[in-house]
Design a protein around this ligand. Structure first.
Ligand SMILES: *Cc1c(COP(=O)(O)O)cnc(C)c1O
Length: 379
């Protein structure tokens, strides 16, 4: 592979002395399931997000699920989200016994289209989950306004948006809760599975703490049927170290995105991501849109460039959700983008030379003459 899609080893190597020391400290105290290392990370992460509380859990799916459970979402309820996301957003709704209801995304930002939201609200609607896809927040002001008018809580799926901002407000801090994934490949990633939810609501934080720990309020006294959803102590200790590098990592991603944007400017064949002026996009994924995507993906793979597709099938067309009754044509923007999205290598440790290689190969695959080729043809 000439340019990998992601290289976590490069991210971890310089941190290993610190991470090894943290590992020994956790082993020394045997605080493996929840405990003080998780609590210390929770404090730091809440502060980073501008929120009062963070609740560390097993993964991002738990983070969404416990927030919904904490809000009392259950059978017979509807929760509105988008079809252009990872399936976990909808799974969390389904595992409350509620029904996911989709609204399409905006063609520019690929996040929930606020114009379509109002129409999807019914008397059964109990919450709204906008997804900050690829590292850019949804258009939160109109979404929060509609939610307020209908007295509905908003949970941000911020699993791809650690450190992103909307009009200066951090992702995760705008709704009643913000759910994060610390899956290894995310902008802030553990060395295993982890997740967390931030909130300013003390009651909701207490409920999420209860649900992640078998519904316990006191050891072996269970007020609700909960789940084993605690964060590992080791992951808490590692995440506390890695959090210190998140802002720098995000800045590097933004610089890489700017290099890609500039290189593809003026290429009609390659549509680059749009970042709204009031947003700080943190480019968890740098997705371009191309025609004949599958052919181009094959050419990139052949050329040794690691690319991805996020995501090939929108949720309403997944077999798992065929019972919801949606069909092809229900959400045209999500369907169109699913056919055109191509995610290019994006991680902080990428070099300028690697990015140039990706640029050249993508231009070649799309039939755009590169500078070198034009010079050669003219000589
Ligand atoms: C990663 C992700 C999740 C789920 O997180 P896990 O830690 O994998 O459970 C949820 N929503 C979105 C948008 C994600 O990208």
């Amino acid at each position: 592979m000439r340019v990998p899609f992601l290289n976590l080893k490069k991210q971890h190597d310089p941190l290993m002395p610190e991470i090894r020391a943290a590992f020994e400290k956790v082993v020394e105290t045997s605080a493996f399931a929840g405990g003080p290392f998780v609590a210390a990370f929770e404090q730091d992460f809440a502060k980073f997000c501008g929120a009062k509380f963070a609740v560390g859990v097993g993964n991002g799916t738990d983070a969404l699920w416990f927030a919904l459970l904490g809000l009392g979402i259950g059978p017979g309820d509807e929760v509105i989200t988008v079809p252009s996301t990872f399936i976990a957003t909808a799974e969390a709704i389904s595992y409350c016994g509620a029904r996911p209801v989709f609204v399409d995304v905006d063609e520019q930002t690929y996040t929930m289209d606020p114009v379509l939201l109002e129409n999807a609200i019914t008397p059964r609607t109990k919450a709204i989950i906008p997804v900050h896809l690829f590292g850019q927040t949804a258009d939160m002001d109109p979404i929060l306004e509609i939610a307020k008018a209908h007295k509905l809580p908003v949970i941000e799926d911020a699993c791809q948006a650690h450190g992103a901002t909307y009009k200066g407000r951090p992702a995760g801090s705008m709704g009643i809760a913000g759910a994060f994934s610390f899956y290894p490949g995310k902008n802030l990633g553990a060395m295993g599975e982890a997740g967390g939810t931030v909130t300013n609501d003390a009651d909701l934080a207490a409920k999420m703490r209860m649900f992640r720990d078998h519904g316990q309020v006191k050891k072996y006294y269970h007020d609700a049927v909960g789940w084993n959803g605690r964060m590992d102590g080791l992951q808490g200790a590692i995440l506390q170290i890695k959090l210190r590098g998140l802002a720098v990592g995000n800045e590097l991603r933004r610089a890489h995105a700017a290099q890609y944007d500039k290189a593809f400017a003026g290429c009609d064949e390659i549509a680059t991501p749009f970042a709204a002026k009031h947003n700080t996009h943190v480019y968890h994924v740098y997705a371009v849109r191309v025609r004949e995507r599958d052919k181009i993906l094959a050419a990139m793979t052949e050329a040794g460039i690691g690319c991805g597709i996020h995501y090939p099938v929108p949720l309403h067309l997944q077999t798992a959700y065929k019972d919801l009754g949606y069909t092809e044509g229900s959400f045209p923007v999500s369907e169109r983008t699913a056919k055109e999205f191509l995610s290019l290598p994006m991680f902080p440790e990428l070099t300028k030379e690697q990015i140039q290689l990706v640029v050249d190969e993508l231009k070649t695959a799309c039939g755009v003459a590169t500078k070198a080729q034009t010079a050669l043809a003219m000589s």
